[in-house]
Structures are given as C-alpha cells and as structure tokens.
Design a protein around this ligand. Sequence first.
Ligand code: FES
Length: 116
Amino acid sequence: MTVPTDPKGRTQPGFDVHAFICGHERPEGATRPSCGHRGSMTLLKHMKASLRERSVKNVRIQKSGCLDHCEFGPMCVVYPQGTWYRLMGDEDLEKVLNHLEANQPQSGAFVRLTDS
Ligand code: FES
C-alpha cells in the first residue's frame, strides 16, 4: 500500500497545535455581539504573519464560526489543550503566539478541563 504524501512532504494529517479564531458576524441589531465585528480577522492575519516570522512549524491558525462565548470576544481556542483566550490587545496576542510556539498554555488563559 502506498502512503500518500502532500506537497509539504507530510504522510499523515494533523498539527501539533491548532488555533481557531472566531470570525462570525451577526447582523446589526443582533442581541449578541460578534467577534468578526470586533476585528478578529485582522488579528488572525497578524497572528499568521507573526508565526511565519517565528518559523513555527506544524501549527495551524484558522477562522472558525461562532464559538458561543461571544460576550467575551474576540475569542480564540487552542487545541489539543482546549485553552481559551480573549483577544483584547497585544498582550493577549503574544500569549497565544507563545502558546502556539511552545505548545503550552500561557498564564491568564482560560483552561477548560475535560469532563471525566
Ligand atoms: S461570535 Fe465569536 S464566539 Fe460567538
């Protein structure tokens, strides 16, 4: 059986760390706020550029739909740890970037423990 290889030379799917940033936009007058109207996609572009500058490999940042914590947004969640970040300023962006680079939740993040 032949093992497939993608253009990046990978032979299996998966990332060491995977960040989702909410890009959801609600219509004007909606009862809940939305991260897309709070600049989340600009933050996402900035974070991708910063990761490239740091030469971090096997990490993915991508847009998500609503993560259902809208009032705290713009929201970001990082897996595999399931760590949540509010992206309220440069300090928060730096925390997420450090998490992605070190694969370690940073202080001040919201770490959700899995139900057991
Ligand atoms: S709109 Fe971003 S978490 Fe709901």
